[in-house]
Design a protein around this ligand. Structure first.
Ligand code: SF4
Length: 354
């Protein structure tokens, strides 16, 4: 049987983990699409319902890129918002466009039972065993945690580097090593290297730098292209940037119910896929002396619209400014930069006045 050519929508740097998993666990080739660009988004938007959220359009454009790069098997993630229904629509739109492919919609296998995920993955490799899946799955989660931790370190310090691009070059080298990793040994070696490399980059950082916490909708907060590389823009102004939202924090490290206890003064119910984590993170930044919070989401994202009044309450109680930003396929870089510069000036002047 010929090797399947598998792809997944582009989502931040996580495709490197999916590549590792597909190649090491499923005996298949992984098709890594080109990085997301405006062209990808426009291709997705052209065939999408107009009012749907931007992640739908970006994922559709990215699946088209994958099919054109030779993929014959597409995997669509599950989701607990509208994302859970998007796979059905994506599949129908792509078939109407004339593409031929096998479509593994993980929403159809999300029963909470591992054996159902195994069933889904056996469509790619019928010989896959539960033991092999567990071993490579654990290695993949290690890679994922290392990527998230390294990226967090990057945005905390890259705005203070003495030599332009030191951080960026090191980060890119680390990503390249993760892209070609073929074993846990390769993953751990790359991680040890990047930790050492980051710690030897000269930085000039004040004792009390400006600190901004970024919260927001999962896809838009995590995927740099979808938020116009907002974290880099803020960091480049000489700001320490923190973002709680990541797959490691949201799905692996923190327990939703425990986060809920920490925010019960503000909200008693789960309001959406990332609401509890975002409210918790915003309260954490506010109560730990951060200078500002930026809330980002796709236009039309109902779950994140719902948490905005809660963020306003946190802002009033802790006297911390919150900048609210919505992104869609029409968002302009210039408009975003103007708002970020104004926000930066405001938090800088406030800090100088303290
Ligand atoms: S959380 Fe919001 S933007 Fe993200 S997929 Fe769900 S509805 Fe769309």
């Amino acid at each position: 049987m010929s090797q399947k050519k598998v792809a997944f929508p582009r989502f931040g740097n996580y495709n490197l983990c999916i590549k590792y998993f597909v190649e090491q666990a499923l005996n298949a080739e992984y098709i890594l699409q080109p990085l997301l660009t405006q062209r990808t988004l426009e291709a997705g938007a052209r065939y999408s319902p107009d009012s749907v959220c931007a992640p739908f359009k970006t994922c559709l454009g990215s699946l088209i890129d994958a099919l054109e790069a030779g993929a014959d098997t597409l995997i669509m993630p599950p989701g607990i918002c509208r994302l859970g229904y998007y796979g059905e629509l994506h599949e129908q739109i792509l078939r109407d466009l004339g593409y031929e492919f096998d479509f593994i919609n993980l929403s159809r296998y999300s029963t909470g039972k591992p054996k159902d995920y195994l069933k889904a993955l056996k469509r790619i490799d019928p010989d896959l065993s539960a033991a092999h899946l567990a071993r490579v799955g654990a290695e993949t989660l290690k890679m994922l945690a290392h990527l998230d931790d390294t990226e967090a370190e990057y945005y905390k310090n890259c705005g203070f580097e003495v030599h332009h691009e030191d951080y960026h070059k090191t980060w890119s080298r680390f990503l390249a090593a993760m892209e070609t990793a073929q074993s846990l040994h390769d993953i751990e070696q790359a991680y040890s290297w990047v930790k050492q490399a980051f710690s030897s980059i000269p930085i000039s950082k004040p004792a009390f730098p400006l600190r901004v916490g970024v919260v927001g909708e999962y896809f838009t907060a995590v995927d740099g292209f979808s938020n116009h590389f907002l974290e880099q823009k803020i960091a480049d102004m000489g700001v320490e940037v923190h973002r709680f939202m990541s797959v490691t924090n949201r799905n692996l490290r923190y327990h939703g119910k425990n986060l809920q206890i920490g925010i019960q003064d503000y909200c008693c119910y789960e309001m959406g896929p990332t609401s509890t984590a975002n409210i918790w993170a915003a309260k954490h930044y506010a109560s730990h002396g951060f200078d500002g919070i930026i809330h980002i989401k796709s236009a039309d994202c109902t779950p994140e619209i719902d948490i905005m009044p809660v963020l306003q309450n946190i802002s009033a109680d802790y006297k911390i400014p919150v900048l609210y930003l919505s992104f869609d396929s029409q968002t302009s870089d210039t408009g975003l930069e103007t708002r970020l510069e104004a926000f930066y000036d405001m938090i800088r002047i406030r800090k100088e006045g303290k």
